[in-house]
Unconditional design. Sequence first.
Length: 497
Amino acid sequence: MHIAMKRRILNALLALLLILCCTGAACSAKESVEGTYFLFVGGEYEKQFFYKLSRDKWSYSDGTEGRYEVHENEIIFYVSRYGREEKYLKGSVGGGKLTVPGWGGTLEFYIYGCAPEEERGGASDGQNTAGHTHDWGEWETVVPATCTTAGVEMRLCKADNAHKQTRNTEPDPEAHKWENGKCKYCGKIKPAYTLSADGGKIYFGEYPKTEVKDEKLKSALDWLAGATPDYTFNHTWKDYGYFTSGKVQSYMWYNDVTYEGERYRGVFFTSYRPTYTTYGNTRDNSYQDNNGYIVNTKYWFKYEPIEWRVLSRQDGRALLMADYVLDCMQYFSVNTKNRVIDGKTVFPNNYAESDIREWLNGAFYSTAFGDTEKNIIELTEVKNGLASTGDFFSEYVCENTEDKVFLLSWHDMVNAEYGFNPNAVAYGDSARLLNGSDYAKSLGLRETFYRDKEYSTFWLRSPYQKSSYAYVAYHGALDYADVVRTEGVVPALYIKL
């Protein structure tokens, strides 16, 4: 063959080779990470746990899905919630390997055939080729079980933690992942409420409660929440809109994130929340630092079912009272101001026009209850007349209101049929002694000691005999407080049975 013809053929082959190379992993980072990555532990592929990456989209074996971005070897997963895209996980990818955070550390996923050669063997192995007897540690969960899928546990050899064993666990029939009142795994409808064994408690709705102490979990939540607010931008954090020095100012924020099917609320503040809304936000005017919460620190609280005390049952409905202090709020923001509404003078301790009533039926109601729960909460005519106050005369009573959520009255709190001591000034009534949640304490809940134990003061809806005061439960008795104080909140409501 002529030399020139050979050169042309050789050049064509080289051009074809370049085209083939440039359609492969070397020329496209996006294509290089596409594929199905299986969990790899103890030298075995766990094929029921996998990530699929394809054309900027990802999905996990539990049905979670979204968009991803790759920056060099870093991969960021995003999900869409409530019409807004947010970060879900961050890991690394490359060479057929995907590494992401998980319970107890990182999890490694590989495209089939890309995992390194490791010792294989079941949980019964006692020797390995290195010639030592395995001294196995405790089994630890690396993939939690769900209601439909098995979990994965792993243990390491104490002599050489390069040697691992893995085993599957049985599905957990109670490990549901609720989305819009329905389990995304098995399709079960979330119960509206759960009665306890003695019938005296109901678990209904969810609200932030217990502080997260696990450092690995806090790190994951910190990453999901993104940057904390500064003086110019809140990022993904939302402003509480709390008062200080008599007006709303930005100094305290919250952020709700979901991780491994559980909801958490972050709290972050740059100044202390004052005990009185009319005070400035200094450390001396706040209970936050007394409760162990300080400025410029992120705190996380897990959403948990709210425990309610059943006060009465009749006519197919039940009156419920939260069995601990869930939050803390002022009754009204500015105690010195009478208002004129519809030609009538409205005093600061008017429950119908109070901040706390608006908050209970707005922010609290929408946060604590999903559609399933809201469907069985009854709109109730709340009695605010003289009989609810225990007074013979009061110019501060207001009209009855119609509410989904409300505070109990002075009269409710001395009702023996509800389990309370009929003596309003009897300190130490166990039915009126309540503890506050960690979350409420982080917001500045006042905690005081009664017989060497801490209890929380909380608001009642009834006005006291002065225009700027309302009743509270304090040390198990009924007392009063200035309406601008940030005291505890114990919601009450009626549900259909």
